[in-house]
Design a protein around this ligand. Structure first.
Ligand code: MN
Ligand code: MN
Length: 463
């Protein structure tokens, strides 16, 4: 007996293959259908607050109710913990005690954007503008000359919360950060790309019509404040206790002649949050308690009481343990987690910063990322081979298309996710998510098959 090279290769080589060549048409159609829901989620959840509101609505429609410490729960019962309207944990109680471990999926629902400063409104050369402080890692030059919408809240002195969403609908005005014309940009063009637009130049144009009066200065600013007072009942001082976020004013779209891709703002990380959410909503009566957590603050380092570097998750586990007399420490020690965040897909035009043999590719399925971090794996939890092996077996057994990924070349790459904060609680964690092109840009690209495979992985893990 002598095997041919072809036979031997089939036996020994890791055969990486485009997922669209692996799945049948019916599976692809399921992915396409699934992404219709995904696109509506993107459009109705452009900020963390809106994502939590949307998640609560979807969850309550499926029988979830706010957690109640005084109630007793049995397998299949569904609850949620709403943390200040910005982070949410959705739980389906399992048949086993929490002490045996729970299965956690975690994704983030905040995305890079331009936040208004506490004192944003000013007038310059007869135009009214907002000062901003960008949130998360953006490439500043990408945020000029694109239509923006404004989302968020004013909290008035008496505690009244005024919701704001303006710029998304065709009959609403939008906003913009202006840039210099090429004719006059010769000096600006000598700046490095990183400084092409500086933080203090990300000023949003919000109006130009002066309040009609012969007297006084700042009449354009006054005209804007008059509109804000009429529309929202707020004065300039109310900006001091507001959270207003400027995001791209475009809707999620199919992308490409073949419609195989999704283009949208905020896919990092709603492309994993939506699969985690829909998966936990589909879980019936799991062996182990299933928790999907959609978190705020990941893009600025996960700190704060709505970030995953807080005790929120361990408090959720603690509360669940109270219901069946489990010990929280033991529960955490036996728990498992998929940290669901995006990976950088190999960009056909900018391949250089990637290490091609380990980069993730669009349409090759959901990406398992053993470690993130930067230069020498600094700042990562680096999942164990044992745990990666377990997830690998789960994915293969369920016929889920998946691949591995890394965040660029060793000395170039880097990035962080919430994985390490959950791992630090003593939980087994690995990153699993969707490859994205143009991550953190106003318009990011993903592939429908990968989004659907992410859902399938989340469901398989929690079911
Ligand atoms: Mn992310
Ligand atoms: Mn990100």
């Amino acid at each position: 007996m002598s095997e041919t090279a072809k036979e031997l290769k089939e036996k020994l080589f890791y055969n990486k293959k485009n997922g669209l060549l692996k799945v049948d048409d019916a599976t692809y159609e399921k992915a396409v259908d699934y992404c219709e829901g995904y696109k509506s989620f993107l459009n109705s959840a452009k900020t963390e607050r809106e994502a939590v509101k949307t998640a609560v609505k979807m969850a309550e429609a499926k029988g979830f109710a706010p957690f109640d410490r005084n109630k007793s729960y049995k397998a299949g019962d569904k609850v949620y913990f709403n943390n200040r309207g910005k982070t949410i944990a959705l739980v389906v109680f399992g048949k086993e005690k929490a002490e045996n471990g729970v299965n956690i999926t975690a994704a983030h629902i905040d995305s890079p954007r331009l936040d208004l400063k506490p004192n944003p409104l000013y007038e310059e050369v007869d135009l009214a503008l907002f000062k901003t402080h960008y949130y998360g890692g953006i490439r500043k030059y990408q945020w000029t000359a694109v239509p923006l919408a404004l989302h968020g809240v004013f909290v008035k002195r008496d505690g009244t919360v005024v919701n704001v969403s303006i710029g998304e609908n065709d009959d609403e005005p939008c906003f913009v950060v202006n840039d210099l014309l090429p004719h006059l940009a010769s000096e600006q063009s000598k700046r490095t790309l990183a400084d092409g637009i500086k933080g203090e130049e990300l000023n949003i144009l919000v109006g130009s019509r002066p309040f009609k009066d012969d007297e006084g200065s700042e009449l354009v600013k006054l005209g804007i404040l008059k509109i804000l007072f009429e529309k929202y009942g707020v004065t300039e001082e109310d900006f001091l206790s507001a959270e207003l976020e400027a995001v791209p004013a475009a809707k999620a779209r199919d992308l490409g002649f073949d419609r195989s891709l999704v283009g949208s703002y905020g896919q990092d990380d709603r492309v994993c949050a939506y699969p985690a959410l829909t998966a936990v909503l589909d879980v019936k009566e799991p062996e182990k308690t299933a928790i999907a957590i959609l978190t705020d603050k990941e893009e600025i380092g996960s700190d704060g009481n709505t970030g995953l570097n807080s005790d929120f998750l361990s408090h959720v586990v603690h509360d669940i343990c109270l219901t069946d007399g489990s010990d929280e420490t033991v529960a955490l020690r036996h728990s498992k987690c998929l940290s669901a965040d995006v990976n950088a897909g190999l960009d056909p035009t900018f391949q250089d910063p990637f290490e091609k043999r380990n980069a993730s590719l669009l349409n090759y399925g959901v990406v398992v990322t053993k470690y993130t971090g930067a230069r020498g794996k600094s700042g990562t939890s680096d999942a164990s081979a044992e745990y990666v092996g377990l997830i690998r077996a789960m994915l293969d057994k369920a016929g889920i298309v998946w691949q591995t990924g890394e965040l660029g070349k060793v000395d170039i790459g880097g990035g962080g996710t919430v994985a390490m904060y959950i791992a630090n609680l003593g939980v087994d964690v690995v990153d699993l998510g969707v490859p994205v092109l143009s991550m953190h840009a106003p318009f990011e690209t993903t592939a429908k098959l990968d989004v659907y495979m992410c859902y399938r992985a989340m469901y398989e893990f929690m079911k």
